[in-house]
Write a protein that binds this ligand. Structure first.
Ligand SMILES: [Zn+2]
Length: 322
């Protein structure tokens, strides 16, 4: 490749979060992640106009994962392209693009067990109606390993990086090693100050893969994730910052893993602590954030460890008795 392809962050605010999409200025332009329903018209259209580009020319909508703040604007953006853009998502997260209800079902099966909010289901149903612009069938399902041409000599390769969600992917611009990971690299988390992932082993392996195999020249994050001291990274990291953020993410995961394991070994006990039944984990880590604040990464993550440990115990019992 003779010339590098420009990448422009596109920002739209949402409550406590800034929502970040990235415009890849290729012959067939691409946008990575779409914010929520209002983001394409209110955030992307003016931001693209400011750099002399038009949203109707976008040909690829590359989704890093299925969470509402990343896929919420997908249908609206697709409409603004005259339905001509290809919409790409991992098959494991595709149900979250197809169905608002999938988000509610995931909530009920996971963190809702700990939140004890009788209105939780209704609130999340209302949120999915408000922030997801439409249910749709993706036009291209991926599993990792695919290479997508963005016209000319520009291409991106899809890498499976499960953990934050089962279908999280990274998109890598070939030849310049710019890497878009959505929320697959969390460091100490965003506004809640805790990293969120459903599959701890997958999260760890994906971070190691990104650090050791991909080695980003630039790393583009889905939110301004925080360091241990609470100061945020930006969303566009250079090679040195990327390595530091990946290493930092692995270190906090190891600490959460150890605290979760100790808590589980001692036996989970319900109490009226807001962190119950993982009070001991919050104490070990010195975590003082509000664990109930949606999207409740504290409970999402600890439910992930709990599920892992439960499965290990079942395997041991099968080995002992079977
Ligand atoms: Zn996410």
């Amino acid at each position: 490749m003779t010339e590098s392809v420009a990448v422009h962050p596109l920002v739209s605010p949402w409550g406590r979060f800034g929502l970040y999409s990235f415009f890849i200025d290729a012959p067939e332009p691409a946008i990575v992640d779409t914010g929520i329903a209002s983001s394409p018209a209110e955030g992307m259209v003016p931001a693209l106009a400011a750099i002399g580009r038009r949203i109707e020319d976008v040909r690829w909508i590359l989704l890093t994962h299925g969470h509402i703040d990343h896929i919420g604007g997908a249908y609206a953006l697709w409409e603004l392209t005259g339905r001509r853009a290809q919409v790409v998502i991992h098959e494991a997260d595709a149900p979250m693009l197809r169905s608002r209800r999938a988000h509610v079902d995931e909530y009920l099966a996971g963190r809702a067990q700990y939140l004890d909010d009788p209105d939780g289901e209704a609130k999340l149903t209302e949120a999915t109606n408000a922030v997801i612009s439409g249910e749709m069938e993706p036009t291209l399902l991926v599993r990792g390993g695919e290479t997508i041409s963005l016209g000319g000599d520009v291409s991106v390769t899809v890498h499976s990086v499960p953990g934050h969600t089962r279908g999280s992917v990274a998109y890598v611009i070939n030849g310049q090693n710019d890497v878009f990971v959505g929320d697959a690299v969390q460091v100490h988390g965003a506004a809640n100050g805790f990293p969120g992932f459903v599959d701890p082993a997958g999260y760890r392996a994906s971070l190691q893969y990104l650090r050791d195999q991909i080695r980003p020249r630039h790393l583009y994050l889905g939110h301004p994730y925080r360091r241990a001291d609470g100061t945020p990274y930006g969303v566009e990291l250079d090679a040195g910052q990327a390595e530091e953020a990946l290493q930092g993410s692995l270190e906090i995961e190891a600490r959460v893993n150890s605290a979760a394991h100790d808590c589980w070994s001692a036996g989970l006990q319900g109490s009226d602590s807001p962190y119950s039944p993982f009070t001991r984990v919050a104490e070990d880590l010195g975590y003082e954030g509000d664990p109930a604040l949606e999207p409740s990464p504290f409970f999402t993550t600890l439910n992930g460890y709990r599920t892992t440990f439960d499965r290990m115990t079942e395997d041991e019992e099968i080995n002992t008795h079977g």
